[in-house]
Design a protein around this ligand. Sequence first.
Ligand code: ADP
Ligand code: MG
Length: 250
Amino acid sequence: MIDAQHIRKSYGSLEVLKDVSLQVAKSEVVAIIGSSGSGKSTLLRCLNHLEVINGGSIAIEGLTMVASDAQGNAQYKSDQEVKTICAQMGMVFQQFNLFPHMTVIQNIIEAPMTVKKMRKEDILPLAHELLAKVGLAEKHDFYPSQLSGGQKQRVAIARALAMQPDIMLFDEPTSALDPELTGEVLKTMQQLAEDNMTMVVVTHEMGFAREVADTVCFMDGGVMLEVGEAKAFFDKPKHPRTQAFLSNML
Ligand code: ADP
Ligand code: MG
């Protein structure tokens, strides 16, 4: 579903991703862990073209979005092709980014109507279904300000799902939440995983990574330092820096 190879990304002279590769299979859940500043968000943002890469290649569901030329410089496909490819991915951010002046249901139907040009009556049934799925059926007419952080994040998940993506990217979806509200969001994500959604999740929730992820990737200083099957990764981390990171987290 995702084949990212040898990604290089710099901000000015700061090289943030140094030859990072990531492969994600259909229905696989990949957790990306690592210290703050290691490049996790940048990698996720490169995957769906919120950032442009300097070198390497990214293919989504077999379609190449960007590849390096003979000089090693990243060459993107046309804007239209990139847009079509990225439409297969939904993203959920740490700060929910809901539209404050819209109700919950309006938030969910907005992108399908404006981006996909769907008619309101065609998207509403799915929107209500998704809202029920995240446990918020009765909140459809609430405004974001009337919801808890956990509820807002679950709306954000429903909103991303309303675009019917094949892949969901999560960037620390529970990091802005009070500890007692993380569970409801993680449970929603776990259900999504059980429904066989392909997911890439940047997280500090080691319990979630261990229990829900198939694969865990440890990033350190812009490098993908260690990748492993989740249980083995936590039971027997190989690299000393992975071991040090985990002993601080657990
Ligand atoms: P993480 O998500 O693992 O905490 P980030 O991908 O956000 O890490 O950041 C990696 C590095 O890139 C950090 O040193 C950060 O300061 C830098 N960085 C991130 N975004 C930008 C930007 N837009 N401009 C300049 N530097 C950035
Ligand atoms: Mg980040």
